[in-house]
Design a protein around this ligand. Structure first.
Ligand SMILES: [Zn+2]
Length: 261
């Protein structure tokens, strides 16, 4: 069984002590590819280093995370750097524009700034023909109105850690080529995404961990890692009453197609 972790931050300092061991465990668990969304320039070097070390298994994305727009005074310089890296790197270096989006959970003081940064990154993705890895937290209304203005213009990407409704799922599928990222949250008790999955096609999904965040049961409260994609795959298979191999096949095929792997 071949799996792809489409969203993992194993370049994060949470893995400073044992990153190689974590990487090897993922490979042994059948996680053949690990896609690495960027956050901001503070972690670019760690991200690039991991990709240099494991070019056959790790692929970088490039983008400015919405929470960094909140936290950084010079977020405009950060956005310029993202644009520079995306434009000036050889075609195919970055597999997506990510991680980008809207997050008003911590603060909504910079709603407008986050939205402008997101829009510019959507436009870059459209221009460079790259998929987006989209983060949405406490921002569905603004997310939909932003994406609607680009509908049917070649929009494509993954709604990372999807937390929307069936209506939002159907709407997004009309506006562009979207896949939906499923991670450890699907294993939680009273998980809304677990309840929603039967209303979504198993052929519209990709698997992810968001390591080091959001670990699946039985690792809640601990550090997440890419090898746990296997647990997510088993849970999704159980919900659909399909074989884990079938879910692995759908989601791996989707990730290869979407990210051009
Ligand atoms: Zn992330």
């Amino acid at each position: 069984m071949t799996l792809i972790d489409t969203h993992s931050h194993i370049y994060d300092t949470a893995f400073a002590e044992d990153r190689e061991a974590v990487f090897q465990r993922a490979i042994e668990a059948g996680i053949e590819r690990i896609l690495l969304p960027a956050i901001d320039s503070q972690s670019h070097e760690a991200l690039f280093e991991l990709c240099r070390r494991h070019p056959d298994h790790c692929r970088p994305m490039m983008g400015l995370h919405p929470t960094s727009v909140n936290e950084m005074e010079d977020y405009q310089a950060e956005l310029n750097l993202v644009e520079h890296l995306l434009r000036e790197s050889p075609k195919g270096r970055f597999c997506a524009v990510g991680e980008v989006g809207l997050d008003f959970y911590w603060s909504s003081d910079r709603k407008q700034e986050q939205t402008e940064v997101f829009r510019r990154q959507i436009e870059l993705a459209l221009e460079l023909d790259l998929p987006l890895a989209i983060h949405t937290r406490n921002a569905w209304e603004e997310m939909l109105s932003t994406l609607e203005s680009y509908r049917n213009q070649g929009l494509r990407g993954v709604m990372h850690a999807f937390s929307g409704t069936e209506e939002i799922y159907r709407q997004l599928k009309q506006w562009g080529d979207f896949l939906f990222g499923i991670g450890g949250v699907v294993t939680y008790k009273k998980s809304e995404i677990a309840a929603l999955l039967p209303h979504m096609s198993p052929e519209d999904l990709v698997l992810e961990t968001d390591s080091p965040y959001l670990p699946p049961v039985p690792y809640r409260g601990k550090r997440n890692e890419s090898s746990y994609v296997r647990i997510v795959c088993d849970k999704v298979a159980e919900i659909y009453r399909l074989a884990p191999e079938t879910i692995a096949e759908y989601t791996t095929r989707n990730a290869i197609r979407m990210f051009g792997l």
